[in-house]
Design a binder for this molecule. Sequence first.
Ligand SMILES: *[C@@H]1O[C@H](CO)[C@@H](O)[C@H](O)[C@H]1NC(C)=O
Length: 442
Amino acid sequence: MRFASSVSILALVAPALVSAVPLRLTRRAASAADTLVLQFADVLEQLETQFYTQALAKFQESDFTTAGFSAAQVPIQQFSTIVTDEKTHATTLEKSLSDLGASPISNCKFDFSSALTDVKTMAATARVVENVGVAAYLGAAHLVDDGTLLTAAASILTVEARHQSILNVLSGSGTAIPNAFDLALSPSEVLAIAGPFISGCDVGVSANPPLTITNTGAVTTGTSLTFKSDAIPSDTSKLSCQMLTGDMSFSVTLPFSQCTVPSGINGPVAIYITNDTQPLLANVVERATVNVVAGPQMAFIDTDPQMLGSLATSGSSSSSSSSSGSSGSASSSSGSSSTAAAAASATSGTSTTTISPADASSLMSSASAQATATGAAAAAAAAPTGNAGAAAAAASQASAVSAAAAQSTVAAAVVQDSTPGGRNSYTGPSPDGHMTVNGFAS
Ligand SMILES: *[C@@H]1O[C@H](CO)[C@@H](O)[C@H](O)[C@H]1NC(C)=O
């Protein structure tokens, strides 16, 4: 267990690095909001630290090779760097809390048994965890009162974003940098995803009801998503599914029973169930929450596999070959998987029924298969229907950023960037007629 011992050596070094991080404040007590945000961030960093520590302790080099990595040391080196960062983040946040006269939350227990069944499920879950980490820091930014704390938190956020890119690459099927903007999630939304891993502590924030994606096949453009949640009523006729990516100004809204992945989505997607048909705003500060019945759940819908990913995973795993047969059919079965998210919620502590780890790994296998198919073919084969949000709002991010120029363009036209492999950006007028670019309204 060479990597396990290097991790513990790094743990000894980490405290020395802490003093270099400009997060300590001694000048005054933190506001209640700042304390809450720091404690919440620390719990997430503890979760990440535990996750990677357990993963690196459990899996051998051969497990990484079996999972399809070209060379086991490639992912192990990255995971080892990541766990060191997470540990340092947690230590630093805890020191800050003490300096501010507050206490870190130290009694949380983390159960990752469902996510550590094999390396594929672990890596897929890591991808969700990092993306949720990025979304959590972004979504809490507006809650922070102290500018120094905000800046320090931002310096953590940028590193979490690097982890996210590395894990996109290591997934084999992902786009390293899938969107021009990242999703922001509120603390309650973060807990809908991360909460099932956590027990035994009160983080001071209520969790949205968890949502599970129950698809057992590949998920790509054109796939109809199916869901499970204790919070979903038996009559689903009034429910909508809402898909939100970082590049959208508001969610794509579809009937619950016809939740078909539209074209133009690539990378992480937050999926919600609401009890109305209003799109959810990307703007986390103003996003309505009252109609959210369950979720979000974080899914990765990889429609643009990149060469970098296939370099990391060119060794094909035994299970991925079994699903490659269906990948040539250019149907909804030819896509990549989204369901690390499902694995992420498949833990104890809640009564939520989830996709099994076996299903999750078979989905990850099909994600590897997708790396050899073309995302464009899959997208072309399965055009979405009834995509109200996208139809109302697709336009180029560039024109939307210069809001004045874009206002008329967007209002009048539906312009979708359908360049194969290109970025698709959904921007445009929000339901109230205002221009919204990833949370910045004009
Ligand atoms: C559903 O809809 C009504 C308003 O139409 C709202 O008051 C209620 O709280 C909603 N939310 C949930 C989660 O059911």
